[in-house]
Design a protein around this ligand. Sequence first.
Ligand SMILES: *[C@@H]1O[C@H](CO)[C@@H](O)[C@H](O)[C@H]1NC(C)=O
Ligand SMILES: *[C@@H]1O[C@H](CO)[C@@H](O)[C@H](O)[C@H]1NC(C)=O
Ligand SMILES: *[C@@H]1O[C@H](CO)[C@@H](O)[C@H](O)[C@H]1NC(C)=O
Ligand SMILES: *[C@@H]1O[C@H](CO)[C@@H](O)[C@H](O)[C@H]1NC(C)=O
Ligand SMILES: *[C@@H]1O[C@H](CO)[C@@H](O)[C@H](O)[C@H]1NC(C)=O
Ligand SMILES: *[C@@H]1O[C@H](CO)[C@@H](O)[C@H](O)[C@H]1NC(C)=O
Ligand SMILES: *[C@@H]1O[C@H](CO)[C@@H](O)[C@H](O)[C@H]1NC(C)=O
Ligand SMILES: *[C@@H]1O[C@H](CO)[C@@H](O)[C@H](O)[C@H]1NC(C)=O
Ligand SMILES: *[C@@H]1O[C@H](CO)[C@@H](O)[C@H](O)[C@H]1NC(C)=O
Ligand SMILES: [Zn+2]
Ligand SMILES: [Zn+2]
Length: 636
Amino acid sequence: MQFLLALALAGAAVACSDDHTHAARDGHDHSHAKREFPSTKLAPPSRPLHWASLNIIHTTDSHGWLLGHQKTSFPEPNYSGDFGDFASFVTHMKEIAVEKDVDLLLVDSGDLHDGTGLSDGYPAGGVDAHASNEFFKQLPYDLLAIGNHELYIYNNTLDMHVSCKVLKLFCLQALVRYNNFAPRFNGRYLSSNVNITIDGVSRPVGDRFAKFKTRKGREVTALGVLYDFTGNDKNTTVQPVADMVKEAWFAEAIKDEPDFFLLAGHMPVSKDNWPLVFNAVRAVHPLTPILILGGHTHIRDCLQLDGRSMSLESGRYMETVGWMSAELPAPKGHGSASSSSKNITFTRRYLDPNRVTYEYHTGRGNFSFDTPWGRSITKGLENLAKVFDLSFQFGTAPHDFTINQAPYPSNDSVLSLMAEAMPVAFSLNNSRASLPNIMITNSGSLRFDIYAGPFTKNDQLTASPFADSFLYIPSVPFAAANAVLPALNGAGADERRRDETVEAELWARGYVGTRYTEWLEEMYRRDVEQGGEARHAAANLSLGYVTTDACPGVGDDTPHAPLAFNNIPDFIASDAPAVADDTPIDLVFVDFIESQLIGILNSVQKDKTYTTADILSYTDVLATEVLGIYAQQAWN
Ligand SMILES: *[C@@H]1O[C@H](CO)[C@@H](O)[C@H](O)[C@H]1NC(C)=O
Ligand SMILES: *[C@@H]1O[C@H](CO)[C@@H](O)[C@H](O)[C@H]1NC(C)=O
Ligand SMILES: *[C@@H]1O[C@H](CO)[C@@H](O)[C@H](O)[C@H]1NC(C)=O
Ligand SMILES: *[C@@H]1O[C@H](CO)[C@@H](O)[C@H](O)[C@H]1NC(C)=O
Ligand SMILES: *[C@@H]1O[C@H](CO)[C@@H](O)[C@H](O)[C@H]1NC(C)=O
Ligand SMILES: *[C@@H]1O[C@H](CO)[C@@H](O)[C@H](O)[C@H]1NC(C)=O
Ligand SMILES: *[C@@H]1O[C@H](CO)[C@@H](O)[C@H](O)[C@H]1NC(C)=O
Ligand SMILES: *[C@@H]1O[C@H](CO)[C@@H](O)[C@H](O)[C@H]1NC(C)=O
Ligand SMILES: *[C@@H]1O[C@H](CO)[C@@H](O)[C@H](O)[C@H]1NC(C)=O
Ligand SMILES: [Zn+2]
Ligand SMILES: [Zn+2]
């Protein structure tokens, strides 16, 4: 079970690693036209959005995907809108809100770091996501909350803290450069329970809460809460949510009744601590509307904690833009209590971020959709990709390789590809390459599918972002070495039942793969139960997310059929050599599983007791580099 922990640590270690010089870059040929007028016809949304007196556009867990998803394999075109397109969308939606004379807010729930070349492909000495966040800052967000990925590296947190509030001059420069009505978040970047220590003084990274009025005069009290995350860097502090709600400042902040509470936060709307915050507010204000915008598990999710509240979570990687509407009473003015106890009418929708969606919901066409401001953001992002050399091409992927859509092992599995790539990448300049070996890594190190076509540095980073190194133990008898992988995967033993305390630890450190994967698996299983493919053919459904949540009505804006789902093992290995059981071979493995690997090796054989003294470095090639080196060899 320990290996699961190691797995999480690996994730954290990666996020903590400074070694971003290997990091990948965004890869595409910058032909904006290809996205605008995709050769594949995109299906429009199923129906118009429901507007109410208060409306919210929600983003979360964008992780640097500001140029959108650029590949032509499905479902990627569904998510092909870039942040410039999104900016144009927001502009038009704001205009529509004015025409309808209703409120429209833009909210983000964090995790701006770690994920693409735009965020991670900066030159040595830079700070992750600093450049991409300059574009994020161009959007007129009304409220933002901090995510756990803002906290793995102190400098990243510092960069979030040193905001426009501190460096006014810097922000003004940005204004001039991008020539728009750029937002400065001015007290709306919230970190209710997250501090940074600077010169020995602990202080909130952003603000703890915000009070403001909407355009229509509604008074808002807002919080920005982070779930109980423990993987944060030194000199940053995350206060448990249960303690936060007992703070004097918290009681003071929620004391006066606003027209509604806007609780943004990097915390999943299901199975987490929102009820603590919700109940603390409800104890004082039994009827005041509470709108919750969550994140972190990368899924689409919605529930209502009571009839006068809704909680929405809007996916990941700019694959989803969330929509919430609430039919709130007219603003009543300061201090007056909301008398109604009737349920509030809420709606929610999960939009596929692409130009077809954006144009449909704004009633614009190809030639009236783009705003100069949106265009300038797209241009700026494309320039950034150039500066970071993100489209450097290692080779051409012959077809799609996926994590869960293809079974493992198979020709279409990213995991199988990795298993094949390790021996190739590690054999270069390696005097041990001629000796037989088995090479083991963890499947969790692969974070995104690889699609047919150019395989660039950006693709390398999105697919394999973790800068782990590889170790080996020489002269392990083949039979023992060959028994390690099944033991790591716990084959047969307890069906890999996951220890609850290990799960909790993984969770606290920010490992969200399990919940996201469970979500995919569930939508696929439900679909198979309901008749699967014949039904899709009849309805001509395209591939994508199929959301079932606890809120009324259909959530997905564009109906989809789910992607195929296959379970994958926690660990994978290169093909075993065809040698006799007692042949000595090199047992190569990813560094962070060192201690459990020794334990397992000592349990599958008794001839020798292995210790850390038997472990040596196998190669200078890091996990992040394996696929690129392989592509240079095999895909050119
Ligand atoms: C999503 O992808 C599918 C292909 O699976 C395509 O047919 C559909 O039109 C796309 N939908 C949108 C809204 O982009
Ligand atoms: C953090 O930033 C400071 C100042 O920019 C720099 O001197 C330092 O090396 C950085 N630390 C890390 C770990 O990147
Ligand atoms: C934390 O900050 C203090 C000064 O404020 C500094 O002395 C210390 O080295 C920092 N710790 C780490 C691990 O960066
Ligand atoms: C956060 O900073 C504030 C202001 O300096 C301080 O009062 C509070 O104790 C800190 N909270 C934590 C959890 O460190
Ligand atoms: C109000 O909403 C709550 C929670 O969603 C629900 O249980 C209840 O049935 C609703 N009441 C009415 C009158 O619709
Ligand atoms: C936009 O242009 C493309 C390609 O010319 C066309 O297929 C599409 O129908 C146009 N969309 C609108 C809304 O005009
Ligand atoms: C997998 O790829 C190998 C090598 O290209 C090929 O020989 C084999 O037929 C493929 N298997 C399947 C199931 O496509
Ligand atoms: C192998 O060595 C050559 C020549 O020293 C060098 O150019 C190349 O980058 C090395 N390859 C790897 C994978 O280290
Ligand atoms: C599915 O597509 C076919 C061919 O494009 C079309 O004839 C049929 O009407 C479509 N069916 C539905 C339910 O939209
Ligand atoms: Zn995230
Ligand atoms: Zn997160």
